[in-house]
Design a protein around this ligand. Structure first.
Ligand SMILES: [Zn+2]
Length: 128
């Protein structure tokens, strides 16, 4: 069984490791994939932890969990990555996330910015 993020390895060997220890995300793409899997699992704590503190949507946490549970996640496609390697401190990942909402397929297309905080990758927000 593949990981929720689409990698052809077990969840426990992929995003599951990162959900237990965020330092296991060595690249911005791994962090991004782990956040997609956290949406699939409606893991609000991890979605907060993996968000940069300057943009962390603490007040919306409940709503985010509710929404994540209300849709059916289909798949993640990583389209492009720029920097975000183990030695970098910032990076950009462009992706499509597919889900069913109210009987229709919807896609989140996003170019996301990632920054290291406390020596691990975090999601900052939309890239400029
Ligand atoms: Zn994964």
């Amino acid at each position: 069984m593949n990981c929720y993020c689409g990698n052809t390895i077990l969840y426990s060997e992929c995003c599951g490791k990162i959900h237990h220890n965020i330092y296991q995300a060595l690249t911005a793409e791994q962090l991004m994939r782990s956040r997609y899997s956290a949406f699939v699992l409606a893991n609000g704590d991890y979605l907060m932890q993996s968000h940069h503190s300057s943009t962390r949507p603490v007040k919306e946490k409940k709503e985010i969990i509710k929404w994540a549970k209300s849709v059916q996640w289909i798949k993640l496609e990583v389209l492009e990555t720029s920097k975000g390697k183990p030695g970098d401190t910032d990076g950009i990942v462009t992706f499509n996330a597919y889900f069913y909402e109210k009987g229709k397929v919807d896609i989140i297309h996003e170019k996301s910015a990632f920054l290291k905080e406390n020596n691990h990758w975090t999601y900052l927000g939309l890239s400029k």
